[in-house]
Ligand binder design. Structure first.
Ligand code: SAM
Length: 236
């Protein structure tokens, strides 16, 4: 049910808005993560370094991963998003392997990935789905492999002042319903987390946090803050 609503929402948005549905250029925190851990790898060796973006959408991040010479893999629930992603990759003259599926059931072998990255996508899973997703991240990462996530934080007023939306579990809103909230009009489950909750969930799966930060931006000229937890972890 959750995926039906989420998939339908994203298919509709990508169909109506095309590339305007998302950014065209990569997330800055993701660039920072890659620069720290993967850009030191010589270009001649990068083709054997598989990096998976879950919820790759229209490819704003994936094209950069491919263009940097890594073996790029993208997975998304939205077939419409993947149509745009193919176009995005072609426009940059790069290639990636694309998969239509659910990040809570990854179609990849155990220990097959050097990195799994999530840029504002795993928030679409409720707590139960997120637990399955992190199990999958731990399964597909190689020892020494790395996880990156940029995901909404419970510090956000969109979470602390969420009426008239309701909670479906301790972290997940039924949608973003307050008209003045960032992301208002998102009618699918929308999960928030804290850096500590996420670090504990990762540690329980053998992933040690290497970096735990928070970034925020204001909306309505400083009236409202929306926070993201930005976490990197390494599989031991
Ligand atoms: C806000 S968009 C972000 C897209 C991309 N990461 C970016 O930064 O441009 C969220 C994406 O997550 C995808 N998504 C939501 N739930 C998913 C799931 N369970 N499995 C895979 N993709 C999912 C949506 O279809 C959508 O493309």
């Amino acid at each position: 049910m959750q995926h039906t609503v989420t998939e339908a929402f994203h298919d509709d948005t990508y169909r109506r808005l095309g590339f305007a549905a998302q950014r065209r250029y990569p997330n800055e925190e993701l660039v920072r993560f890659l620069a720290r851990h993967f850009f030191p790898i010589p270009r001649t060796e990068r083709a054997s370094v598989p990096i998976l973006e879950v919820g790759c959408g229209s490819g704003a991040n994936l094209w950069m991963i491919a263009r940097e010479g890594f073996a790029a893999h993208g997975l998304d629930l939205s077939a419409e998003g993947l149509v745009l992603c193919r176009e995005m990759l072609a426009s940059w003259g790069v290639a990636a392997s694309l998969h239509h599926g659910d990040m809570a059931a990854l179609p990849f072998a155990d220990a097959s990935m050097a990195a799994v990255v999530d840029v504002f996508s795993a928030y679409c899973l409720d707590e139960a789905g997120a637990a399955r997703f992190l199990d999958e991240v731990a399964r597909v990462l190689r020892p020494g492999g790395r996880f990156f996530t940029y995901t909404p934080s419970k510090l956000s007023e969109a979470f602390t002042n969420h009426a008239p939306a309701t909670l479906s579990d301790a972290s997940t809103l039924s949608g973003i319903a307050r008209e003045t909230s960032p992301f208002a009009g998102n009618t699918y489950p929308f999960r928030f987390t804290t850096n500590d909750e996420l670090a504990a969930a990762l540690a329980a799966r053998g992933l040690a946090v290497t970096s735990s930060e928070r970034v925020a931006r204001t909306y309505r000229d400083g009236e409202e803050l929306f926070w993201f937890a930005v976490i990197a972890a390494e599989k031991r």
